[in-house]
Structures are given as C-alpha cells and as structure tokens.
Write a protein that binds this ligand. Structure first.
Ligand code: FE2
Length: 210
C-alpha cells in the first residue's frame, strides 16, 4: 500500500506563485485520490509490485488503463512536488546547464520554448524536461497521466502539471502566467541537477517512497 507523501515544503511556502488553497486541494484531494485508487486496484491483485514505478510498468504492460492512470498520476504528482521549491534557485548549473545550452542555445530560449510547449498543449497533461539516453536535454509534453516512468527512453529532470486543477484557483484560465511562475520562480534546479547527474550514472534518480 502506498502512502500520500508529505509535501517537501509548507503548503503556504510557494505563495504568491501557488496558493495554500491550491496546494491543499491539489495535494490533499487530487494526489490523495490517485494514491487511494491505486491502492484499491492493487488490493484486487495477487501480483501487486512493491514499488510505484513497478506498478506503472505493470499497468502499461497489461494495458490496465485504470491502474495506469491512477498509479502514474500518483507518481507524477510526487515528482512534481519535488520539482518545486520556495528557495530561490537562480539558474541551473553544472552538467545540466551545459545540456540545456547545447539543446536550446541559452536559458532564455529554453524558457521561451518551455512556455510555448506548455501553453500549446491541448487539455490535460504534463510538461517534462527530460534527458534521453545520450544525455541530451529535451522538452516533452505528455497527455493525461502519461509519464517517462512507463518506458526507459528518458530520465525525468523536472515537470510542470498542466491539468487545470494545478492553476485554476490562482490563475483561472491563464496557463501562461502559471508557466511563468513555474519557470521563473518555482522550478527546483538543484533537484533537476541531481536528476541529471543520476541519469549520467545510468540511474533513474528520484523514486516514490515505499
Ligand atoms: Fe495535478
């Protein structure tokens, strides 16, 4: 049975960019529901894996869409909370910075492309910054619950939740302003750097706590 992980910061710590109300609902209601439904579906199985990553892979392999959607959303939200921070991060450093500059030219162009991809994504989903097997940084938008955990093509570095529940209380329909907040104020570059270093070592980095 999986537990709703604690937020890595106080629910009010991301204000004014993300309100306590948004976090209490998003984490306490939406994320909790994905965890509870995942646990309920696993109860019906004799082959329930021990880790959430393995649950996502099993559900994809068996084309169990209900289990996949809930387990992947449970994982994605855990990764999303770690992709955010109240502590000023400045700019990405080290190997990750080099990969971003190689892929996008410079940080400003990366920001413009990330915002455009996030704004252009139709309906619900996630905007992922990932590293591919060669170490190249890429932006990938995936629909609904889809996640890089479901295949071994990419290592996720950071993610922004594009579902309306992530921003509607604070920004109404203005997803672009929410993406500005993520890219300019909330993104946890230290976490993304650690993920990139893990990818370089051939490891998968952050895993959902068991
Ligand atoms: Fe969400």
């Amino acid at each position: 049975m999986f537990k709703l992980l604690d937020l890595p910061f106080d629910a009010a710590a991301l204000e004014p960019h993300m309100s306590r109300d948004t976090l209490n609902t998003h984490h306490g209601k939406h994320h909790a529901a994905y965890i509870n439904k995942t646990n309920a579906f696993l109860k019906e199985r004799s082959n329930a894996p021990a880790t959430l990553e393995e649950v996502v892979l099993l559900a994809r392999r068996e084309n169990d869409k209900k289990l996949f959607n809930n387990a992947a959303q449970a994982w994605n939200h855990g990764f999303f909370w770690h992709s955010l921070t109240p502590e000023a991060q400045g700019e990405p450093q080290g190997a990750l910075r080099g990969a971003i500059e190689k892929a996008f030219g410079d940080l400003k162009t990366f920001g413009l492309e990330a915002k455009a991809k996030g704004e252009g994504h139709f309906a619900s989903g996630w905007l992922w910054l990932v590293a591919d097997r060669s170490g190249a940084a890429q932006l990938v938008d995936l629909h609904d619950a889809d996640t890089p955990v479901a295949d071994d093509t990419y290592t996720p570095l950071s993610v922004c939740d594009l579902w309306e529940h992530a921003y509607y209380l604070d920004y109404k329909n203005e997803r672009g302003r929410f993406l500005d907040a993520y890219l300019n104020s909330l993104i946890n570059w230290r976490f993304a750097e650690r993920q990139y270093e893990a990818a370089q070592r051939g490891e998968r980095g952050w895993t959902y706590p068991v």
